[in-house]
Write a protein that binds this ligand. Structure first.
Ligand SMILES: [Zn+2]
Length: 250
């Protein structure tokens, strides 16, 4: 083999290595504590090999049977994360109390009670998406990844909202677009967002609350048909399903 051919080959190998990113994907999450409704979509998620993140608030108020259901969801490969013990607006709570109160009443008990029940918590979703630099600073010492929320833009075009796509840059403060009926996100918008993720080697992040067959309009309910559309479309475009804790590990 001549010298220049070797140089070209070495260059080729190195450039391949540098551009090799994990596959494009979608990261679906659910907030609060509608464990029965989440459990009801267990088979649907399995049908599409979809792994998602469930963020639990007020864990102490769950019944024993709800905790068993969460365990089963976890054993299917889904992530169980924290969504706070009280579900407060972090900034207001800290202003009206202290940051120590916030940690002692909202954050630490949530981690503790979930840990006692055998869940190893890596991710946190801010209630109401409410956060600022100081909460990020404090909570990044306790969690691997923090999730906030993003509303639809005035252009009604999800491909223009950069923050709902993760591009494997190590960012640990991420945000997701709401897919409940109150978010007013349409199938067409999601389809285009999935295309952007697929075309650009990114991960689209979405979140909802209560999956329902006939959801109320303008509510925290997510139409199961819409969820199914997202799963089908993600599969069709060959997207990987990521949990939040996976994103920081990449
Ligand atoms: Zn919430």
């Amino acid at each position: 083999m001549n010298k220049s051919l070797i140089i070209i080959l070495v260059f080729f190998i190195f450039s391949c290595k540098e551009t090799k990113l994990p596959p494009s994907g979608i990261c679906i999450s659910f907030d609060d504590r509608s464990v029965d409704e989440w459990f009801a979509i267990k088979n649907l998620l399995n049908e599409y090999d979809a792994k998602v993140s469930f963020f639990i608030t007020q864990f102490d108020s769950l019944t024993a049977s709800e905790i068993v259901k969460l365990k089963q969801l976890e054993s299917d490969g889904h992530e169980i994360g924290s969504h706070g013990a009280l579900h407060v607006v972090s900034e207001f709570y800290i202003k009206n109390n202290t940051y120590k109160d916030y940690l002692e009443n909202e954050i630490n008990p949530s981690i503790r009670s979930m840990k006692q029940a055998g869940f190893n918590i890596k991710s946190f979703a801010y209630p109401y998406g409410a956060k600022y630099w100081f909460t990020d600073f404090m909570l990044l010492q306790k969690f691997d990844v923090l999730r906030s929320v993003t509303s639809i833009n005035k252009e009604k075009d999800l491909t223009l909202i950069d923050e709902i796509y993760y591009d494997f840059n190590g960012d640990r403060t991420l945000s997701a677009i709401g897919i409940d009926t109150n978010g007013k996100v349409t199938k067409e918008m999601i389809k285009n967002a999935i295309k952007r993720a697929s075309d650009n080697n990114q991960v689209l992040m979405v979140y909802g609350h209560i999956p329902m067959s006939s959801p109320a309009s303008n509510s925290y309910e997510l139409d199961i048909d819409f969820l199914k559309f997202i799963l089908v479309e993600a599969k069709r475009k060959g997207l990987e399903f990521y949990r939040f804790k996976d994103l920081t590990a990449k």
